[in-house]
Design a protein around this ligand. Structure first.
Ligand SMILES: *Cc1c(COP(=O)(O)O)cnc(C)c1O
Length: 229
């Protein structure tokens, strides 16, 4: 199967479920992204600022770029002028910086709060309590150049489907609760980003409306031993 074939069949599958397909293109060359683009894909996700900026410069300007990896505050300025969504917001401090750079760029930047759901030490994200604390804070209320569109979560990397189902179920329940409590009148709080190549079918069953697929589209990545991704 070619990249174009994968895009077409995955778009069909996710479309039937009203789920948005984010193509995760990290480590892949721009030619691979172009092939996906030519097959109709417009949403791409990268996990580092450097790679994202490089590809942004090389590829068509109607691509919507999502950052899905851990973001350091000092790098926000490089993506603020063009990024469509930052899915990996994991602190109020980072949100502050995004707000500041968005203001400079004359934009409002869409963000997801990354929620920690995995049974692993290595994953970034806010705990349920921390997310609530952030949303209730006075500081948050004053950030006018960021818009929280929803939540993102990464399940434990395991073959245990029951565990994955439980983690995604919890995140969906939390999403519904947060929407009721803090975004009741805001239609823009609409995105629940959960599901990767290995578990996206489970995620969709549990209520995901955005899946982030890399290897299913582009083939497996060469493992870089100096990084987790
Ligand atoms: C790499 C990555 C993905 C996609 O992983 P695949 O298993 O290749 O689908 C999804 N989400 C995040 C946050 C990632 O870093």
């Amino acid at each position: 199967m070619s990249i174009a074939d994968n895009i077409k069949s995955l778009k069909k599958e996710t479309g039937l479920n009203k789920v948005t397909l984010l193509a995760v293109s990290k480590t892949k060359p721009a030619t691979d992204l172009q092939e996906a683009y030519d097959a109709g894909q417009r949403l791409f996700g990268e996990n580092t600022v450097q790679e994202l900026v490089e590809k942004y410069e090389q590829l068509p300007k109607d691509i919507e770029w999502h950052l899905i990896g851990h973001l350091q505050s000092n790098k926000v300025k490089y993506i603020a002028p063009f990024i469509s969504m930052i899915q990996s917001v994991d602190s109020l401090k980072l949100l502050h910086e995004i707000n500041k750079q968005a203001e400079k760029a004359g934009r409002i930047i869409d963000c997801l709060l990354q929620i920690y759901i995995a049974d692993e030490e290595t994953k970034f994200g806010l705990g349920f309590d921390e997310a609530i604390e952030l949303l209730r804070s006075e500081e948050f209320a004053q950030l006018n150049n960021v818009r929280i569109r929803g939540l993102m979560g990464i399940a434990t990397n395991t073959d245990n489907e029951k565990q994955i189902n439980e983690e995604y179920y919890e995140l969906k329940m939390f999403f519904d609760g947060i929407k009721q409590s803090y975004f009741r009148k805001m239609d823009s709080f609409d995105t629940l980003s959960m599901g990767m190549s290995s578990d996206y079918k489970l995620a969709i069953e549990q209520g995901s409306n955005m899946v982030r697929l890399g290897s299913t589209i582009f083939g497996s990545r060469i493992i870089k031993h100096w990084k987790n991704n």
